[in-house]
Design a protein around this ligand. Structure first.
Ligand SMILES: [Zn+2]
Length: 312
């Protein structure tokens, strides 16, 4: 017993206790020096992230929801390479992807994002949580770091001789970037792709979104490409097609319900079992489906509100 307490004390003092805590994500190598960090089954990381190790540094994709999760990612990177962490690219402003940015900045990274993220990250994230916002979360959102380097055009980042291409894409928020590593045939799709999980449409346009996913299916070497989604496991081009079909099914079913005169809860109750029957192996919570139907209904009615870009 004494020995046990002593061992626990040594662990606590050496700081090894945190290193031994289970990771909130699963690291999955998707190419040479390219890793996806997939949110664990308890969803403690909040979303997926990843990183690319180049000749002279590391580029991280997204920062999870918490600084703790982001620090765990930094520790995993440090385990694999001594090269400096030079960049973190946020795929969009949502807090489940930007919440850990400060930990990446503390590790030396420059924060890169779409130009619209600066205007949205500290404000629209409060709306994102709706009635689930707490004073603590609100304060955390209002203190999120703003991106250092922004773009509204495609951007190439060179990690020595390794080319990483950031592309602006439409559909999810109006300020999304994808990150591709052509030499490894990996595309970090952010929330333009969800694998077998109902997506969050709060800021989205299904019309634009399905067009972007169609473009993902046409990239060179699509059949050989690993697509890293914002949520769900590492995907292939068939998963991209299935996700796009999910969005199109949602659109069609909501359209049919609207034609039958259904509204609000009645519309959601009509669509939910049909959508679930079409995608039986998907995780579709009651809350998610109610929100999806409402947002799809608004898009079809032409009343959907989307984030408005702020002036610099
Ligand atoms: Zn997300």
């Amino acid at each position: 017993m004494k020995g046990l307490i002593f061992a626990a004390l040594v662990v606590a003092l050496s700081g090894a206790a945190t290193a031994q805590a289970p990771l909130p994500f699963v690291l999955n190598q998707v190419g040479p020096g390219v890793y996806a960090a997939i949110d664990g089954p308890e969803h403690k990381a909040g979303s997926n992230a990843g990183f690319v190790i180049g000749d002279d540094g590391v580029l991280v994709v997204d920062a999870f929801f918490t600084q703790d999760a982001a620090r765990a990612l930094v520790a995993e990177i440090r385990r694999l390479t001594p090269k400096p962490i030079r960049y973190v690219v946020n795929t969009h402003y949502h807090a489940d992807h930007t919440g850990g940015d400060q930990a990446l900045r503390d590790a030396g990274a420059i924060i890169i994002a779409h130009r619209n993220v600066r205007g949205w990250v500290r404000t629209n994230n409060i709306t994102l949580f709706g009635d689930r916002i707490t004073p603590e979360l609100k304060a955390r959102i209002e203190a999120l770091p703003l991106p250092d380097l922004v773009t509204d055009k495609d951007l190439t980042v060179w990690l020595g001789s390794r080319r990483v291409v950031l592309s602006t894409v439409l559909g999810h928020t109006g300020g999304d970037l994808t990150i591709s590593v052509p030499d490894a045939k990996v595309l970090f799709a952010g929330d333009m792709l969800w694998r077998r999980i109902a997506p969050n449409l709060i800021d989205g346009s299904v019309k634009e979104w399905t067009a972007t996913d169609a473009a993902f299916m046409r990239i060179p070497d699509a059949a050989l490409t690993r697509y890293v989604p914002g949520h769900g496991d590492v995907a292939d081009v068939n998963d991209v097609a299935e996700f796009r079909t999910y969005l199109l099914d949602l659109k069609r079913l909501v359209g049919e319900g609207r034609k039958a005169g259904l509204k609000d809860d009645a519309l959601a109750r009509n669509v939910a079992p049909k959508l679930r029957a079409l995608h039986p192996d998907w995780t579709i919570s009651d809350r998610a489906i109610a929100a999806e139907v409402r947002y799809m209904d608004q898009e079809l009615a032409g009343t959907k509100k989307r984030p408005i870009p702020a002036a610099d």
